[in-house]
Design a protein around this ligand. Structure first.
Ligand SMILES: *Cc1c(COP(=O)(O)O)cnc(C)c1O
Length: 387
């Protein structure tokens, strides 16, 4: 959860250095006013190094990053995109905003896209699959990538919660053709609002960079006001203020994940021996960012009781079970495009996902795990399970 927990002097120093150099808050140009300070550009380069890729593009949010990814792949009207039925609404919104049709797919015991159900959901008009690493646990990327390759559809990774995790030694976000990240205030790294894309292909990077900036190609041969362009676009640029904070936060990413991992492992230890507690599966050779500790119990009543018992002891839950309506497609009747893709009825479309989510509990993790009250968690879950 917690890049915000470690915001401090380093972020402030980064911001101050912009103003010391002249205070240019725009990522491009004004070269004679900024004393060589380009925070967004530096942040992109540092992020690309961290993810071991050649190209990264900073944008204003992860929702924007998803929209830009779809634009770069020329996905829009007449196309469909498969996403998991358990994700944040943003994943579906980006597809709708692109003019394409979202189709939702069941999740498996990893709480991420189910490769078996994916086979069934891909249609002739499907152009891409967006896999999501919910709450930091990697999806079964090898199997999902194989299904995508078999159908000739592109794989995009919504890595909003997976920044810093990996699968088979490869950073999350770099398995797919394009990966997207979120730096909103609740994510592993934060710039207040912000996002990033990483690319496998240089051509995708150039298409995305232009589209997120009104079509600007930032052609070095001409000044920006005479810049070349091949398509229209939009404005999803990141500002220098966000780039500065991102540079400081990126240096703290490993420490944040280490702290969350310690807390996660402590929570697992606290409840693992309680009968009826089934911890979420992390696929073999997957490394989670441990944004939350997720487990399921025997039924929805026990899950709700877990939350009540935790609240009574001064602890709490995250997303599950309380915020499921923002994260489960079975409740998204406010998205007519999605409902139409599922013959008008979403409620009964994802029984596997609904069944799993209804009897699951997510506990937030924090960087400072030393302060965690594991006894309260143990006692709460035990009391809930015993009824
Ligand atoms: C947070 C989140 C987003 C949206 O990120 P923003 O930066 O807030 O736009 C997208 N997808 C998932 C899975 C998320 O959790």
């Amino acid at each position: 959860m917690p890049g915000f927990e470690v915001v401090g002097e380093e972020e402030f120093d980064q911001i101050r250095s912009i103003f010391d150099a002249g205070g240019v808050l725009f990522r491009h140009g004004f070269d004679n006013l900024r004393d060589g300070v380009y925070k967004v550009r530096d942040f992109e380069n540092a992020f690309a190094d961290e993810m071991r890729v050649d190209h990264a593009l900073a944008v204003s949010s992860c929702t924007a990053a998803l929209r830009v990814a779809l634009a770069a792949l020329e996905i829009g009207s007449g196309d469909s995109v498969v996403i998991p039925a358990f994700t944040f609404v943003a994943t579906a919104e980006a597809v709708i905003e692109a003019g394409a049709t979202p189709i939702c797919c069941e999740v498996d015991d990893t709480f991420n896209l189910c490769p078996l159900d994916l086979e069934r959901r891909i249609r002739p008009d499907t152009k891409a699959v967006i896999v999501v690493h919910m709450l930091g646990v990697p999806a079964r990327l090898d199997q999902i990538a194989e299904v995508c390759a078999g159908h000739g559809v592109d794989l995009i990774e919504d890595t909003a919660w997976g920044c810093g995790g990996s699968f088979q030694g490869t950073p999350l976000g770099t398995w797919g053709r394009i990966g997207t990240y979120s730096f909103d205030f609740a994510k592993t790294m934060t710039t207040g609002e912000g996002g990033m894309l990483v690319f496998r292909d240089q051509a995708d990077y150039h298409a995305a960079a232009a589209w997120h900036d009104h079509g600007h190609e930032n052609n070095p041969a001409v000044p920006r006001w005479e810049d070349t362009r091949h398509s229209s676009g939009f404005n999803y640029r990141m500002s220098e203020l966000q780039g500065a904070v991102g540079l400081a936060q990126l240096k703290k990413l490993r420490a944040v994940i280490d702290g969350q991992t310690r807390h996660h492992d402590g929570l697992l230890e606290a409840v693992r021996d309680i009968e009826g507690v089934m911890p979420r599966i992390c696929p073999d050779s997957g490394v989670s960012t441990c944004d939350a500790f997720v487990f399921s119990v025997n039924d929805a009543d026990v899950a709700r009781r877990c939350r009540e018992e935790l609240l009574a002891r001064g602890a709490g839950t995250k997303i599950l079970p309380e915020a499921v309506s923002w994260h489960f497609a079975g409740t998204w009747d406010h998205m007519p495009q999605l409902a139409a893709a599922h013959e008008g009825s979403l409620a009964d479309e994802f029984p596997q996902t609904r069944g799993l989510l209804e009897r699951s509990v997510a506990l937030p993790t924090t960087v400072n795990a030393d302060a965690a009250d594991y006894d309260a968690v143990h006692d709460s879950v035990r009391a809930a399970v015993l009824g």
